[in-house]
Design a protein around this ligand. Structure first.
Ligand SMILES: [Zn+2]
Length: 322
């Protein structure tokens, strides 16, 4: 391997990704209280904590996407488009085959504000960040809702790989730029009638003149703009630093929807580095590779409770050591 001493070490996001499904998953049978103790101990002893957050983190924190919340907030759209199969929850609603751009942005501006700029479920995030004070932390996230940022984590410590509910881009991805659209969304929200926005508010690509889309990784047109690459670069500098140190990979609500971005890579990192411990929190998908033995702690439980319990241990531990 070529190694340039003068250059800062980097491990690219591409190289970090893993497609390898662990063949030896187990659900650990260690009692809950003991697992919380183990997790807190691992974090206490660590210098670095790499957070990996998936949809389960936002849900555990209180974000709602379907059920009564959707009925209450999307009644206007259910009246127009019917209730099923799209108008059931915010994820499905976004995929509705809208008849025109005015209708598409009528729904999307509303959805994007509710799921992004106006979402604030950060109490749990704050609890976690407070408990991690003093650690070198970085967040890798597949969430587009900015909740860790809202909770006070610096954008320089965040790499949100899948885009943002605040940004739009050329629908065809003709140029690699994403545009902040929060103010535009608010205007759309104010001027929407019967699910549609006025034609003059429909955003057009400033380069090709074509339609715009959300900057969310839903298809091959997703644009990775300058900010995305800057975050990727910071992440790829943090990685080699943390794999050389005492590190905990703290995985928060990552299932099997996009396991190649956080779940599998975390397992790979732990497999390859003895100084790394994987702490996996999930309501029901906290199975861990048996081969990691005591360097993997998989806690299947209400994640909000797990986080609060671990934070409490960490905070008490600090107090008694002081
Ligand atoms: Zn374009």
């Amino acid at each position: 391997m070529m190694f340039n001493r003068s250059a800062k070490k980097k491990m690219s996001f591409e190289r970090f990704l893993s497609y390898e499904y662990a063949g030896d998953y187990i659900n650990q049978t260690t009692p809950y209280a003991e697992q919380i103790e183990q997790a807190a101990r691992a974090i206490r002893e660590a210098d670095y904590v790499l957070l990996g957050a998936g949809a389960g983190m936002s849900t555990a924190a209180g974000a709602e996407y379907g059920g009564k919340f959707f009925e209450e907030n999307f009644a206007e759209f259910q009246k127009i488009y019917g209730k099923g199969p799209y108008m059931q929850d915010m994820y499905s609603a976004g995929f509705y085959p809208f008849p025109d751009q005015e209708s598409k942005w009528g729904l999307w501006s509303h959805l994007a504000l509710l799921a992004g700029a106006d979402l604030d479920v950060t109490t749990l995030h704050r609890t976690l960040l407070d408990a991690l004070k003093g650690k070198k932390i970085f967040l890798l996230s597949t969430n587009a809702d900015h909740q860790f940022e809202k909770a006070g984590l610096s954008v320089e410590q965040i790499f949100a790989t899948q885009g943002s509910y605040k940004l739009i881009q050329c629908a065809r991805g003709c140029h690699p730029k994403a545009y902040d659209a929060v103010e535009l969304f608010r205007q759309m929200e104010r001027e929407r009638k019967d699910g549609r926005i006025p034609t003059e508010l429909v955003p057009k690509c400033p380069v090709c003149g074509g339609p715009m889309a959300m900057n969310l990784r839903v298809d091959g047109h997703f644009v990775q703009d300058k900010a995305w690459h800057t975050a990727e670069d910071r992440f790829s500098h943090f990685l080699p630093e943390c794999v050389d140190g005492k590190t905990v990979l703290l995985e928060l609500g990552v299932g099997f929807n996009t396991p190649t971005i956080i779940r599998f890579p975390f397992e790979k990192l732990a497999r390859e580095h003895e100084n790394i411990t994987l702490v996996r929190l999930s309501r029901s998908k906290a199975m861990v590779p048996a081969s990691l033995v005591e360097r993997a702690i998989g806690i299947n439980a209400d994640m909000a409770k797990s986080i609060i319990d671990i934070a409490e241990k960490l905070n008490n531990g600090e107090a008694s050591e002081a």
